[in-house]
Design a protein around this ligand. Structure first.
Ligand SMILES: Nc1ncnc2c1ncn2[C@@H]1O[C@H](COP(=O)(O)OP(=O)(O)OP(=O)(O)O)[C@@H](O)[C@H]1O
Ligand SMILES: [Mg+2]
Length: 343
């Protein structure tokens, strides 16, 4: 535990748990000095939407008290239906010109009232003399940002950055694995309720998709099949003991989620860019399910690797429980991406 004032912490509010992390710069290296994962009551966050703010505030207040984090700056993220990420074509113009006209240019691509959103963008490289350029639009509903900010303020934190979850994962990936300008890679995070897919090449995101499936679906199927409570089903799932019923439902879930991922990757190939995807990097709690990499490989024929968000980060054993962090590493890419942000 540490009690020094830190510049910024990352907080990832997931459907299953709140994750918290803080990194310290030490001689050009990054050091993990704080990380925790706290379960949320069921149905606090459903499909990326916050249903029970008070439950989150309680958890955040407890964390603040435990780690003495009152009035600490926070980077957090949004996901789900309040975010639209879209690649569109605009006439060639400078970054400044686009910044001036983005609201007008983007109107036709956004399913929300333009006054109700914040818009960020990224211009893809284009050939000299080109008339159009590709732009990645990142649109977030203002009310979602306000809600998150208010929750953080209520818990006595200072909201500084609101990122998008799959962009936070991508930043973390670049930091840990470097930037590969030659290969097309799929970053796939299978959480409790949402599976996030982000296909990248170099620093560019080529395609993103949210599929509403995750570990809760697995637990609910188990709950129905065994006639037990959700909590009991969740417990049995995590214990992963030999049982025919559990094995059958696990395989059904793995086949279903792998088919969804495969379908998205095929969609990318046929409609966006016909380049082979060289690897899938998997994260999220469901990447801990045994055999997930094997089943996903069988469905996609793309090599699968479980992402390590600490590949390039020193886990300080004097500050954090190394065993706990390592065994839960695949739950932490998003929050590490947030903790890497600087104000
Ligand atoms: N060892 C494990 N075996 C099977 N499932 C696991 C294991 N560990 C965690 N999970 C499942 O992973 C899910 C939690 O993953 P994660 O923490 O990435 O989700 P989240 O970020 O809270 O949710 P979301 O991103 O969907 O909002 C839960 O459904 C949990 O049951
Ligand atoms: Mg998550």
């Amino acid at each position: 535990m540490f009690f020094i004032k830190v510049p910024l912490i990352g907080i990832d509010l997931g459907a299953d748990s709140v994750k918290l992390a803080c990194l310290k710069d030490k001689k050009g290296l990054k050091e993990l000095i704080l990380a925790d994962i706290v379960k949320l009551p069921p149905d606090t966050i459903v499909e990326g939407e916050i249903i029970d703010s008070n439950a989150i505030i309680e958890v955040l207040k407890d964390l603040s008290k435990t780690y003495k984090l009152k009035k600490t700056n926070v980077a957090t993220c949004v996901s789900g239906s309040s975010v639209v990420i879209k690649k569109v074509k605009f006439p060639v113009m400078s970054k400044e010109e686009l910044r001036e006209s983005i609201r007008w240019e983007a109107t036709q691509y956004i399913p929300f009232d333009i006054e109700e959103v914040n818009i960020d963008f990224h211009i893809f490289p284009y050939e000299e003399g080109a008339e159009t350029m590709e732009v990645m639009l990142v649109v977030v509903k203002k009310d979602k940002i306000e809600l998150l900010s208010n929750i953080l303020l209520e818990a006595d934190f200072i909201p500084k950055i609101v990122d998008v979850d799959l962009i936070a994962i991508q930043n973390q990936f670049e930091f840990n694995y470097g930037i590969d300008y030659e290969s097309t890679i799929a970053l796939v995070d299978i959480g409790a309720e949402i599976t996030n897919i982000n296909i990248i090449k170099g620093e560019n995101s080529l395609f993103t998709r949210n599929v509403p499936i995750g570990g809760k679906y697995f637990s609910k199927e188990l709950q129905k099949s065994l006639g037990v409570s959700f909590e009991e089903a969740e417990k049995l799932k995590l214990e992963d003991k030999e049982s025919e019923n559990l094995k059958k439902i696990k395989m059904e879930f793995l086949n279903l989620v792998s088919a969804e991922i495969s379908r998205s990757l095929e969609f990318f190939k046929f409609t966006i860019e016909d380049t082979p995807i060289s690897k899938i990097y998997l994260s999220g709690g469901c990447s801990k399910i045994s055999e997930i990499d094997k089943i996903l490989y069988e469905k996609t024929k793309i090599p699968v690797e479980i992402m390590d968000p600490f590949k390039n980060i020193y886990i300080n054993p004097k500050k954090v429980d190394v065993d706990f962090i390592k065994s839960n590493a695949s739950l932490l890419p998003t929050v590490i991406g947030l903790a890497l942000r600087r104000i």
